[in-house]
Ligand binder design. Structure first.
Ligand code: DMJ
Length: 630
C-alpha cells in the first residue's frame, strides 16, 4: 500500500451520487454534448457550434496539461522538488483549481487497471474500501471527542466527559485545542480547524502572557509543537494548503514565538546546560521542580520543536539553548548507552541509577534518533545517531527478555543500575519503542525499498526484528484483557519472576500466563504509544496485520471509553467489564491516538516518514531540506 493513489475526496466514501462517479474523459465530453444547456441554446447556429467546440478543446487542454496525481497527502512537486499537499479530506494542494470538485474515492492505478481480472483483485478492492471506511470511523470519533470538549470545556486544558466540565491540568493554555488542531487539519475536519484556530487567534496570546507556572516539557511538546505543526501544515509557502480554515499561518508562528521566548527562561535561569523544569510564563522566570531534579526524557525532548522554530523564524537562539542539553548529555557517563531517569539542573549530572525506557526515560532515546533525522543526518549531528545506536545495543543486551511460557519479547527495567537485579516490568509508554526502532532502521523508507537499496546493516536488521517482536507484545497487552485495552503497566512471567496470574483476563488469549497485571496498574489513559508503533511498522513493513491490530484497539476504545454526551474517558480498570470511567480525556487522545489511527488506516503518502518526524506528541515537523521552508 505504500504508494497507492487515492483522491483528495476519499472523505466522500459514503457519497453515492452518480454525478460524482469517475467518468472517462470521453464520457465527460459526450455526456456534456447530450445534456448541456449550452447545446440547446447554441447548437442551432454554427457560431454556437464553433464556440462550443472551442470551449471543449480548451477544457480538454487544461485537463491534459494540469492533471495531478490523485495521491493522498504530500507528493513531490514536478517543478522545484518541493512537496505539495493533496487532501484526503484533509490537506489540499495549490494547483490550478484551488477548490477541486468533490469526487468519490478512486482506486489506486494497480487496482483500477486489473479490476475484475482475478479474485485477488476483488479482494484488494474490498480491502481498500474497508480501510477507507474505517478511517472515516476514526474521523467520526475525533469529531465526537471534540464536540464534548467544545460543549463542556472550551478553553480549558482537558475535558472531564462524565462530569461534563473542563479542568486546567497543564497550566491553562487550552491544551486540547492546540494539541488536536493538526489532527483536525490532517483529517480535513474543517469546522474543528476553524473553531480551534479562532480560539487560538483570540485567546492564546493573552493566556500565555498571564499564565503562572507551566511544565517546560509538557508545554513544549503539546502547545509549542502543536502550534508549529499547524503553522507548517497551513502554510502555502511550504507547499501546503492555503484553503485551511482558521487564521493565517503567521498567527500560529507569532504565538509560538511568544510562548518559546518565555519558555527559554527554563534554559537561561539554570546554572548548567540542563534546564529548570518549571517556568512562570508571566514573568518569565523558572525554577527547578520541588525535589530539585528533572526527568531525563523531559530535558532531552525539546529540541525538535526549538530547532524548527529557529529554522522558520531565522533566530538561532532556540536551537542554541536546546541543543546544549544534548551536547552536554553526550559527555556524561552511561551504562552501555543507557541513562538514569533523573538528572540535576544544579550539577548537570545524572541522579540515581534507575534505568528504564518507560516514564521519565522514554523520549530521550526517541529524540536522539529524531533530531538526527530532522537535521537530515548531517555530519555535525552524527554524535546523536552514535548515542542512539549504542543505547539500542544496550537495550538488546541488558533489558530485553522473553516471557514464559509463550516467549513474548519485552523490555524490562534496571531500577538499581546495571549491577543489580532486573525487573520484568514494562510501562505501556515503552510501546513507543517498536516505532522508533523501525524508523531508525530504514530512516522512514519501506523495508522493501531499504533492502533493495542495500541500506540495512546488521544493527538495523536486529533493531527491526526487535521492533516487530515488541509490537506484538504491545498488542498482546491489549488483547489479553477482558476489555481489549492495555493497562498502564504490565509485568512478565519469567523463570525468576512469577506473581499471581491475571484475573479479569481474556480467556481466549494464549498469553494469559505470560502477562501479569497488578491491581494498581490496571488503568488506561487513552495512551497512543502502541498505535503509534503500529502506524510506523505498517508504513515500513507494509504488513496488513498492523492495521488489523490497530482496528481491534480502536474498536475497544469505542466500546468502553466513549461517553455518549461527548468525549472519551480514561478508565480505572481494563480487566473489569464494564470498566469504570475515570472522567478525564487526555489531550493526547486527540493529538496522538486518533491521529496515528487515522494515518494507519489511510494512504501511506500522507506525512511520509522520510520527509517528516513526529515530535513525541505526534506533531509532524519537516525534515530539514526536504520540504520548503516558510
Ligand atoms: C505524551 O504526552 C507524549 O507521548 C510523551 O512523550 C509521553 N507520553 C504521553 C502520552 O502517553
Amino acid at each position: 500500500m505504500s504508494s497507492k493513489s487515492l483522491p483528495y475526496s476519499k472523505k466522500d466514501v459514503h457519497y453515492d451520487n452518480a454525478k460524482f462517479r469517475h467518468r472517462s474523459f470521453f464520457k465527460v465530453i459526450t455526456q456534456n454534448l447530450h445534456t448541456s444547456n449550452v447545446k440547446n441554446h447554441c447548437m442551432s447556429c454554427s457560431t454556437g457550434k464553433f464556440l462550443l467546440l472551442l470551449m471543449i478543446f480548451g477544457v480538454a487542454y487544461l485537463m491534459l496539461t494540469h492533471t495531478s496525481p490523485t495521491t493522498d497527502g504530500l507528493v513531490k512537486g514536478s517543478k522545484n522538488g518541493t512537496y505539495e499537499h493533496i487532501t484526503s479530506g484533509g490537506i489540499r494542494f495549490g494547483n490550478i483549481f484551488r477548490k477541486p470538485p468533490r469526487l468519490p474515492p478512486q482506486l489506486p492505478p494497480d487496482v483500477k487497471g486489473s479490476r475484475g481480472n482475478t479474485g485477488l483483485d476483488h479482494r484488494k478492492l474490498n480491502s481498500d474500501l474497508k480501510w477507507i471506511a474505517r478511517q472515516q470511523n476514526v474521523k467520526k470519533a475525533f469529531i465526537h471527542a471534540w464536540s464534548g470538549y467544545k460543549k463542556y470545556a472550551m478553553g480549558y486544558d482537558e475535558l472531564m466527559p462524565v462530569s461534563k466540565r473542563g479542568v486546567d491540568g497543564l497550566g491553562g493554555l487550552g491544551a486540547t485545542i492546540v494539541d488536536g488542531l493538526d489532527t483536525a487539519m490532517i483529517m480535513g475536519a474543517d469546522k474543528v480547524v476553524s473553531e480551534a484556530g479562532l480560539w487560538i487567534e483570540t485567546h492564546l496570546s493573552n493566556k500565555i502572557n498571564q499564565t503562572s507556572q507551566v511544565n517546560l516539557f509538557e508545554t513544549t511538546i503539546r502547545v509549542l509543537g502543536g502550534l508549529l505543526s499547524a503553522y507548517h501544515l497551513s502554510s502555502v509557502e511550504n507547499g501546503m494548503d492555503s484553503t485551511h480554515k482558521g487564521p493565517k499561518p503567521v498567527v500560529y508562528l507569532e504565538t509560538a514565538k511568544n510562548l518559546a521566548d518565555r519558555l527559554l527562561a527554563g534554559f537561561t535561569s539554570s546554572p548548567t546546560a540542563i534546564p529548570f523544569g518549571d517556568v512562570v510564563l508571566r514573568d518569565p522566570s523558572a525554577h527547578p521542580a520541588p525535589d530539585g531534579r528533572c526527568s531525563t526524557s523531559e530535558v532531552s525532548s525539546l529540541q525538535l520543536e526549538f530547532n524548527y522554530l529557529s529554522s522558520v523564524s531565522g533566530d538561532p537562539k532556540y536551537t542554541v539553548q536546546s541543543m546544549r542539553v544534548l551536547e552536554h548529555i553526550k559527555t556524561l557517563p552511561k551504562v552501555e548507552g543507557l541513562v538514569p531517569i533523573f538528572i540535576s539542573p544544579r550539577t548537570g549530572e545524572f541522579s540515581g541509577e534507575n534505568i528504564r525506557l518507560g516514564s521519565r526515560g522514554d523520549s530521550y532515546y526517541e529524540y536522539l534518533l529524531k533530531v538526527w533525522l530532522q537535521k537530515n543526518r548531517e555530519s555535525n549531528f552524527t554524535y546523536l545517531h552514535d548515542m542512539y545506536e549504542e543505547a539500542m545495543k544496550g537495550v538488546r543486551h541488558l533489558l530485553v527478555r522473553k516471557s514464559i511460557p509463550n516467549g513474548l519479547v519485552f523490555v524490562g527495567e534496571l531500577p538499581f543500575g546495571a549491577d543489580s537485579s532486573f525487573s520484568p516490568k514494562m510501562d505501556h509508554l515503552v510501546c513507543f519503542l517498536p516505532g522508533t526502532l523501525a524508523l531508525g532502521a530504514t530512516k522512514g523508507l519501506t523495508k522493501e525499498k531499504a533492502m533493495r537499496n542495500n541500506m540495512l546493516n546488521f544493527e538495523d536488521l536486529e533493531n527491526l526484528k526487535l521492533a516487530e517482536d515488541l509490537a506484538k507484545t504491545c498488542f498482546e497487552m491489549y488483547s489479553v484483557t477482558s476489555t481489549g485495552l492495555a493497562p498502564e503497566i504490565a509485568y512478565f512471567h519469567t523463570e525468576e519472576f512469577s506473581e499471581g496470574g491475571l484475573d479479569g483476563g481474556n480467556k481466549s488469549s494464549q498469553y494469559m500466563n505470560d502477562i501479569i497485571i497488578k491491581p494498581a496498574d490496571r488503568h488506561n489513559l487513552l495512551r497512543p504509544e502502541t498505535v503509534e508503533s503500529l502506524f510506523v511498522l505498517y508504513r515500513i513493513t507494509e504488513d496488513p496485520k498492523y492495521r488489523e491490530w490497530g482496528w481491534q484497539i480502536f474498536e475497544a476504545f469505542e466500546k468502553y471509553t466513549r461517553v455518549d454526551t461527548g468525549g472519551y474517558s480514561s478508565l480505572d480498570d481494563v480487566t473489569s467489564v464494564p470498566p469504570h470511567k475515570r472522567d478525564k480525556m487526555e489531550t493526547f487522545f486527540l493529538g496522538e491516538t486518533l491521529k496515528y489511527l487515522y494515518l494507519l488506516f489511510g494512504d501511506s503518502s500522507v506525512i511520509p516518514l522520510d520527509k517528516f518526524v513526529f515530535n513525541t506528541e505526534a506533531h509532524p515537523i519537516p525534515i530539514e531540506g526536504t520540504a520548503k521552508r516558510g
